[in-house]
Design a binder for this molecule. Structure first.
Ligand SMILES: NC(=O)c1ccc[n+]([C@@H]2O[C@H](COP(=O)([O-])OP(=O)(O)OC[C@H]3O[C@@H](n4cnc5c(N)ncnc54)[C@H](OP(=O)(O)O)[C@@H]3O)[C@@H](O)[C@H]2O)c1
Length: 316
């Protein structure tokens, strides 16, 4: 894949947002105030500046906790939130949720606003007009989409261009056990100068190896949606093989999984996450891990490569 030149998104004080983000989905849920503050401090110590939350996370507690943590150094940070997970992508719902996001975060303007998922009931023109108005009013700096198929993004790109806008960021799911994004999403981002900021680089915890080690407790054991998402047998074999490889190399599978997700040629910015500082440490170690091309290929070989979009396997 030829690398495109993309002017890096930056913080208000002009720093590039960096190669990794932290996701605050657990703030106010599985991570209480103290655990959230400790993880935030760990991220800052590791040089992370980009923090991701959403209107729906922990019924608003995630945004409130993040708002308190960023206050002393707002200008140095890049804050992203999402609207429209429920209630649709129409302007009235997006604006109503966005105003609540700003109140909870205690911010007048937000660096990056995502539509959380595609809404087949709302014309994309309405959504993009809403983004255009928010941007024109200085309430958002960048525009993001999440959980969109490539054709939906390209439709949004074309409509946005008519309004003089660009889609800045796409947030897809991507990990060693969820590689669909390699087929169209990541090449499209590269081609369109859209920054890919993928979520769940650990497959919701599967790629930490804790379930392969036996007796692992966590999201996959507690949440039926995640159990189904990561329920296929080959995914568990992959996690087990990654654990073996990490043991051979004297590192943690989580470190390999996060570093691998970041090393795709489209240069995605994975969103790390955890429920405690202890959990977060191996993911943060990925930010300084040296991923060689040989190791990248070895890790990639642990899971099936998705078929090309044309299905012409012999040409892949
Ligand atoms: N746009 C979207 O639709 C969407 C969807 C999901 C997430 N996101 C964003 O992406 C961020 C990351 O997503 P994610 O939480 O799914 O990422 P992930 O990295 O795949 O999973 C993180 C989870 O893995 C487990 N874990 C992490 N480190 C561990 C360790 N060392 N040992 C044992 N378990 C460990 C923890 O869950 P347990 O302890 O419960 O196992 C932790 O919450 C979120 O915070 C959110 O900002 C966006």
């Amino acid at each position: 894949m030829t690398q495109t030149t993309r002017p890096p998104l930056s913080t208000l004080d002009g720093q590039p947002i960096g190669r990794f983000a932290f996701g605050c989905m657990q703030f106010g849920g599985r991570a209480d105030d103290a655990a959230s503050a400790a993880m935030f401090a760990d991220c800052r110590a590791a040089g992370l500046r980009h923090f991701d939350t959403a209107y729906v996370y922990a019924e608003g507690a995630s945004e409130k906790i993040l708002g308190r943590l960023i206050a002393p150094e707002r200008e140095r940070l890049y804050v992203a939130t999402k609207v429209g997970y429920a209630g649709g992508a129409g302007s009235a719902n997006m604006r109503a949720q966005f105003d609540i996001c700003r109140q909870r975060l205690d911010l007048d303007s937000i660096d990056l606003l995502y539509l959380h998922r595609f809404d087949p009931e709302t014309p994309l023109e309405d959504t993009l007009t809403c983004f255009a108005e928010l941007k024109q009013a200085g309430l958002i700096r960048h525009i993001g989409l999440s959980n969109f198929a490539a054709w939906q993004v390209m439709k949004a790109v074309a409509l946005a261009a008519r309004l003089g806008l660009q889609i800045d960021v796409l947030q897809p799911m991507y990990s060693l056990v969820k590689r669909q994004a390699e087929v169209e999403i990541l090449p499209m981002c590269n081609d369109q100068n859209i920054l890919p900021v993928p979520y769940s680089p650990l497959g919701g915890g599967l790629l930490t190896g804790k379930y392969a080690r036996g007796g692992g407790s966590g999201r996959l054991a507690e949440d039926d949606r995640y159990a189904a998402r990561y329920g296929q047998e080959w995914m568990h074999h992959c996690a087990s093989d990654l654990l073996d490889l990490a043991e051979e190399l004297g590192t943690e599978p989580a470190t390999l999984a996060v570093a691998w997700a970041a090393a795709h040629p489209a240069q995605p910015v994975p969103i790390l996450s955890a429920r405690s500082s202890e959990q977060l440490a191996p993911s943060l170690a990925a930010t300084t891990f040296e991923m060689t091309p040989a190791l990248y290929d070895r890790i990639a070989a642990l899971s099936p490569r998705p078929a090309p979009a044309t299905d012409r396997l012999e040409e892949a």
